[in-house]
Write a protein that binds this ligand. Structure first.
Ligand code: ACM
Length: 528
């Protein structure tokens, strides 16, 4: 039974290959130009690349064929190819070309994890092979990055996009490769977040952490506590209108991200950073002061009342409603900068919230301060500031996510002239953001202890997509490589060449990246 299951896709693939090899297409190329797959501008850098110095000619006749279950991915690839080249490729149709793209499903226990894929490019075929749709999706991103910006019109009657030949074997260095967006200090629309997701997926990031609540705003509808958004959603930094996601909108975002194999991690930051919640429901407040709307950018003044059972009933409802809409395994409970919560109250609070999160079948993530609380080892500490907290978490058997403020914070200014951003953790030019080694960043925290890395973007100083893009790009691209590529494959001089060549994609996506002078940006066709 097993064997027949395995053989079926293989037979399908073989027959497709024979079929396509027998057809004599109209675009046969006698002489391919010399290519070098190993020198393509791929980000993140794949694990292994073996160049065979020929090329696959993508043209209007190329067909896309997929294994059963991968047809949605085939459609996605066709859409992306259309967007880039204007070619309309058929998916699981009848190709009249002798050169096709195949996305095949393996059942190979030797592949090291679910995101692993192989990409084989020859003159006749492009074959993406993976055990899972997720692996195949990562392979599709690599293929997208290999399609040149312009066709080579001189070699054929029809336009051809020449894809360098060879073999790529690839899988990620870290399981968790995240970006965080603060939609609480300033609200970002569903459309904005979707664009960010599209960009992150292209660079193989697989987690988007949404910082949904803070002193300045509550951004997620909770049906059992409607004032959270009615009152708490109506403010933001600087006095703007704020906003929030309805549950339908949140579900739509989660589903949109899932299609690109990105897990949404919802964060409800507590017990500090809770002014907006306490404004809506004053019984939550534990700082002894009257709660008023807050639109400044100070931190550390708010706290929940950690000794009231009704506060935990409230949290139970919030965690339940959000968890029901969130298929991913994590719930982020914040825990940072609770400066007016007594230490013992803080630890008591985090320990109770951890149990609530577990009750709703999620693993708790919290900022590094949570390491002091009595929590389950399934919890994850997100290092941002205090290395001792990260070490303590590891000593307690927790995994950590690394988001060092000095390296990974996308909201730090590039330099003193940056239009947006803060600089409490220092200036972070593009090279500083890239040149660090997560595996050895904190003594006593080694690769086995690290779930992955995440680049947070706090939004105190940014109000729209263009400003978001200025801070996130290009630095988040470097973080994507830090998360995916092995230490041996990461090198600033090599990376900066590849980064310089991202302009065709970034311009086509209309990304207003910060044009750092450290990078010799390639002029793309669309820019002037
Ligand atoms: C943080 O930057 N307060 C986690």
């Amino acid at each position: 039974m097993r064997r027949t299951l395995l053989l079926k896709p293989l037979l399908l693939l073989c027959s497709l290959l024979v079929l396509t090899a027998c057809k004599q297409g109209q675009n046969d190329i006698e002489h391919y130009p010399e290519t070098n797959l190993a020198q393509e501008n791929l980000i993140p850098k794949p694990l292994q690349i073996k160049a065979t110095h020929s090329a696959f000619g993508l043209d209007q006749n190329t067909g896309i064929y997929t294994a059963t279950g991968f047809s949605e991915l085939g459609q996605y690839l066709a859409e992306k190819i259309k967007w880039q080249t204007n070619l309309d490729l058929s998916v699981n149709g009848t190709s009249n070309s002798n050169r096709n793209i195949l996305i095949q499903k393996l059942n190979d226990s030797k592949l090291p994890n679910k995101e692993a894929y192989e990409l084989n490019i020859s003159q006749d075929s492009v074959v993406i092979s993976a055990n899972t749709a997720e692996g195949a999706f990562r392979g599709v991103q690599t293929l997208r990055q290999l399609i040149p910006e312009t066709s080579n019109d001189t070699l054929s009657k029809n336009k051809l996009w020449l894809i360098p030949s060879g073999k790529i074997t690839d899988y990620p260095n870290f399981e968790y490769r995240g970006a965080m967006l603060d939609v609480a200090r300033h609200f970002f629309s569903v459309e904005d977040v979707k664009k960010y997701i599209d960009l992150l997926a292209y660079y193989k990031i697989n987690a988007l952490h949404l910082h949904l609540t803070d002193d300045q705003g509550w951004r997620i509808e909770i049906k059992s506590w409607p004032k959270l958004t009615e009152i708490g959603g109506s403010t933001e930094v600087g006095g703007g209108p704020g906003g929030f996601y309805t549950q339908e909108e949140y579900k739509d975002l989660v589903a949109y991200a899932a299609k690109q194999h990105i897990t949404i991690i919802p964060e409800v930051d507590m017990p500090g950073h809770t002014n907006a919640a306490s404004l809506a429901y004053p019984f939550l407040n534990g700082n002894g002061k009257e709660v008023t709307p807050y639109t400044g950018i100070e931190v550390g003044f708010s706290t929940f009342d950690t000794r009231k059972d009704s506060v935990y009933d409230f949290i139970d409802d919030v965690v339940r409603e959000i968890s029901e809409m969130t298929p991913g395994p994590y719930f982020h409970a914040g825990g940072d900068e609770s400066l007016v919560t007594k230490k013992e109250d803080f630890n008591y609070f985090i320990s109770r919230v951890d149990k609530i999160v577990k009750k709703h079948n999620k693993r708790m993530i919290g900022w590094d301060e949570i390491a002091h609380a009595d929590i389950d080892t399934t919890a994850i500490a997100q290092f941002w500031s205090n290395k001792d907290n990260a070490k303590l978490a590891v000593e307690k058997g927790l995994k950590v996510i690394l988001s060092p403020g000095k390296k990974a914070y996308l909201d730090m200014k590039y330099d003193s002239l940056s239009k947006y951003g803060l600089h409490w953790a220092g200036y972070i030019p593009v090279d500083t953001a890239y040149i660090w080694t997560p595996e050895r960043y904190i003594e006593g925290v080694s690769k086995e202890n690290i779930l992955g890395i995440e680049a947070p973007l706090w939004s105190e100083t940014i109000t729209n997509m263009e400003e978001l893009e200025y801070l996130a790009f290009p630095r988040v691209i470097g973080h994507a490589e830090l998360g995916w590529s092995t230490e041996e494959n990461r090198d600033w001089e090599d990376y900066k060449q590849r980064l310089a060549n991202q302009t065709p994609y970034l311009d086509r996506m209309n990304v207003k990246y910060y044009p750092s002078k450290l990078i010799d940006w390639k002029k793309s066709k669309d820019s002037n």
